[in-house]
Design a binder for this molecule. Sequence first.
Ligand code: GAR
Length: 219
Amino acid sequence: MLRITVCVSGGGTNLQAIIDQLQAGRLPGVEIAAVISNNRGAYALERAAAAGITGICCSPKDYASREAFNDALLQQLQETGCDLVVLAGFLVAIPPQVVAAYPGRIINIHPALIPSFCGKGYYGLKVHEGALARGVKVTGATVHFVDEGLDSGPIILQKAVEVRDGDTPEVLQRRVMEQAEWILLPEAIRLIAQNRVVIEGRTTRILPESGSGEGADAE
Ligand code: GAR
């Protein structure tokens, strides 16, 4: 069983996509250990509660220093007993001690085709504002492993989404979610649960499904 803890900050539509796939039986061997939010008012916590999942708030505001929050976040994660940390719209920089405790075991969804529109300052709607201001014709989403940098870890999956004339950041954000994010994040979790994602330096290799024919003994 792959136990995942999902970290959120806001609406939680990506969390909902994971819950929906789980409830539809499309994520065999996966269970959500807990949902952690840095924001007590996050609607994502209500989604967790509605699905009967433990919701935990771990906010920097409740700690005297950033370091104390970082330690608390690590402790909370460890208490959930998870194998994989899934950042689903978690707008907090992951502290080095958390990265060190979960090497190759933290994934993040980013609403652009990394390395475009990523890194410092690019989160949430700002990513789509940046894409529209630059005039790109194609954007998308990326699921990647988290390393010590910002949006710099090995890429697992990407999906392109068309930018249309007249798009606002909100309209583009919704299209990227519907056509890419809500598909890619559960898919990455499924691949990891099936042990099919191999990290090779800065890149990953996706192994074929066992019994798919590719790499399996032909009948
Ligand atoms: C999503 O678009 C996600 O990709 C983005 O925040 C949004 C959260 O929405 N994450 C980042 O920008 C991380 N750099 P949600 O709460 O509805 O899933």
